[in-house]
Design a protein around this ligand. Structure first.
Ligand SMILES: CC(C)(COP(=O)(O)OP(=O)(O)OC[C@H]1O[C@@H](n2cnc3c(N)ncnc32)[C@H](O)[C@@H]1OP(=O)(O)O)[C@@H](O)C(=O)NCCC(=O)NCCS
Length: 213
């Protein structure tokens, strides 16, 4: 089970990303939900307390690459009972539900200070891989029509628009764009996924062996 400290940080990231959504998701309860799966990206080099007051400083490629390596080395699931020190600094998380062989992505969120550094994409890659492992074949999600960052991210990984839910978001009545990958088993999706993943790992200097769960 996830420890309390993970829930607090994930909730904090969620609130930062979606301040107008109320009530916010109860992640403590989510972890008891057998349909739900969550992944967190951590910076093990920082404790929660230290990291909160530090902004990313070195924006050079080498600096970013080494930081990302460190974070992603500690990407792990928190839904499967792995122990957590409770001290790791969580920089992003992603979650999905699997119902009747279909995965529904509920969240991909990265702390504001750590965005545009490849974390969201790595979380999405991890989600897709986990969905494959769990033998689901279809992935769906909804995203705000104005959320260019997320739309681009999902487009990049082959999600296509399948519909629109008008006025879906209760805070501002914004439309939700429905997106999905119809069949993750097709050769075309697998090839595209593999290429995108390899390009991402190359870009950020991540070796496959460095991704730990
Ligand atoms: C969406 C989100 C998770 C992206 O995370 P991130 O770590 O900043 O994204 P990455 O650095 O991994 O970028 C991956 C891709 O996403 C897209 N992207 C990310 N930020 C973007 C931005 N500000 N503008 C345009 N495209 C963007 C790009 O396609 C990018 O690929 P590229 O670098 O080749 O251009 C992040 O912006 C976030 O947490 N937003 C708030 C929560 C949210 O809206 N989640 C999605 C709905 S559940």
């Amino acid at each position: 089970m996830m420890c309390r400290e993970d829930v607090a940080q994930v909730t904090e990231i969620d609130r930062e990303a979606f301040p107008t959504l109320w009530p916010s998701v109860n992640y403590k309860r989510e972890l008891q939900n057998r349909l739900a799966h969550y992944i967190v990206a951590c910076d093990k080099g920082k404790t929660d307390e230290v990291a909160k007051v530090e902004a990313p400083s070195d924006r050079s490629f080498t600096g970013l690459a080494s930081r990302v390596r460190r974070w992603f080395n500690h990407c792990r699931f928190f839904s499967n009972g792995l122990p957590s020190s409770g001290k790791e600094y969580i920089i992003g998380f992603a979650g999905f539900w699997i119902i009747a062989g279909e995965a529904h992505i509920t969240s991909v969120s990265v702390r504001k200070l750590h965005r545009r550094q490849g974390i969201g994409e790595l979380l999405l890659i991890s989600v897709i891989e986990l969905v494959m492992e769990l033998n689901a074949h279809f992935i769906t999600l909804e995203v705000r029509a104005s959320n260019t960052a997320a739309l681009n991210l999902y487009n990049k990984y082959g999600f296509t628009k399948t519909g629109l839910r008008r006025g879906y978001y209760t805070d501002n009545r914004e439309d939700a764009v429905l997106m999905s990958i119809e069949n993750i088993d097709t050769a075309s999706f697998q090839t595209h996924f593999k290429r995108s993943k390899q390009a991402h790992f190359r870009k950020w200097g991540i070796a496959l062996s460095q991704i730990a769960r």
